[in-house]
Design a protein around this ligand. Structure first.
Ligand SMILES: C[S@@+](CC[C@H](N)C(=O)[O-])C[C@H]1O[C@@H](n2cnc3c(N)ncnc32)[C@H](O)[C@@H]1O
Length: 214
C-alpha cells in the first residue's frame, strides 16, 4: 500500500531523536498530550486480566490510565524511552502486570492474535511505513479486539488547516512526527475496521480513532 504522506520519515533518525528526548519528554509533551490520552482510555473496555499492547509507549505516561488488573505489554523503539518507563514502573505499580521491551512496532516478535487491545498514542505518524505498522497491529490483535489510536491526522482536502498541515509536515518531521498523514484512511486500508473518529486535544488538533479486527 502506497504511503500518501509526501514526507519521508527516517526510522533511525526517529529512534535517536526520541532517545535524545527521553530525559525531558514528559516536561515538553507529557501534559500537552494528556487530554487526548485520557480521552482515548475512556474507550478501552475494562475487562480484568485482558492483555493490552501499547506500541510506542514512550516514557509510560499512559500507565496510570489502564483499568485495574490489566496485563500491559509496552514496546518502544527508543531504548532511552523504555529506560524512563522502567523507572516510572519502579515507583508506581498500580497492581498491573507490566512488561516493557525495546522493539520495532513495524516488526513485532509477538505471535498472531496475542492481544485483546492495542493502544497507539502519538506513534503512527512517527514511523516510515504506517501501513506496515497498522498491518502488524491487525496481525497481533485477536479477532474482535480493540485498537485505539490518538495522534495528528490529516483531514479532508480543502480546509486551510489541512493545507497548513501539508506545508508544515517537513518541519514537524524533524521535530518527531508528520502532520500530513490521513491516519483513519491508513488504518482502514490496512484491514482494520474503524468504528469511531473524533477530534481531541486543544482546538481538536488531533484525532482519536477507535477500531476493531473482524
Ligand atoms: C510522540 S512519542 C509518543 C509517546 C507516548 N505514546 C505518549 O503518549 O506520549 C512517539 C513514540 O513512538 C516511538 N516510536 C517511534 N517509532 C517506533 C517504532 N517503529 N516502533 C516502536 N516505537 C516507535 C518513539 O520512540 C516515541 O517514544
Amino acid at each position: 500500500m502506497k504511503n500518501q504522506s509526501k514526507t519521508k520519515i527516517n526510522g533511525q533518525y526517529m529512534e535517536r531523536l526520541y532517545s535524545f528526548y527521553s530525559p525531558f519528554y514528559d516536561f515538553v509533551f507529557g501534559k500537552a498530550l494528556e487530554p487526548g490520552r485520557r480521552e482515548a482510555f475512556k474507550y478501552l473496555s475494562a475487562r480484568p486480566g485482558q492483555k493490552i499492547l501499547e506500541i510506542g509507549i514512550g516514557t509510560g505516561t499512559s500507565l496510570p490510565l489502564y483499568p485495574p488488573h490489566s496485563h500491559i505489554v509496552g514496546i518502544d523503539i527508543a531504548e532511552g524511552m523504555i529506560k524512563k518507563a522502567r523507572k516510572r514502573l519502579a515507583t508506581k505499580q498500580n497492581g498491573h502486570i507490566v512488561e516493557l521491551h525495546v522493539m520495532d512496532a513495524c516488526n513485532m516478535t509477538f505471535p498472531d492474535n496475542s492481544f485483546d487491545a492495542v493502544i497507539a498514542s502519538y506513534v503512527i505518524t512517527t514511523v516510515p511505513d504506517p501501513h506496515k505498522l497498522c498491518r502488524e497491529i491487525l496481525r497481533v490483535l485477536r479477532p474482535g479486539g480493540q485498537v485505539i489510536a490518538v495522534q495528528h491526522s490529516r483531514g479532508e482536502n480543502g480546509h486551510l488547516l489541512e493545507k497548513a498541515k501539508d506545508v508544515l509536515a517537513p518541519l514537524f518531521v524533524r521535530i518527531g512526527f508528520t502532520t500530513d498523514l490521513d491516519v483513519p484512511k491508513v488504518m482502514r486500508e490496512s484491514g482494520l475496521c474503524i468504528e469511531h473518529v473524533c477530534g481531541c486535544n486543544i482546538f481538536h488538533l488531533h484525532r482519536l480513532i477507535v477500531g476493531t479486527k473482524h
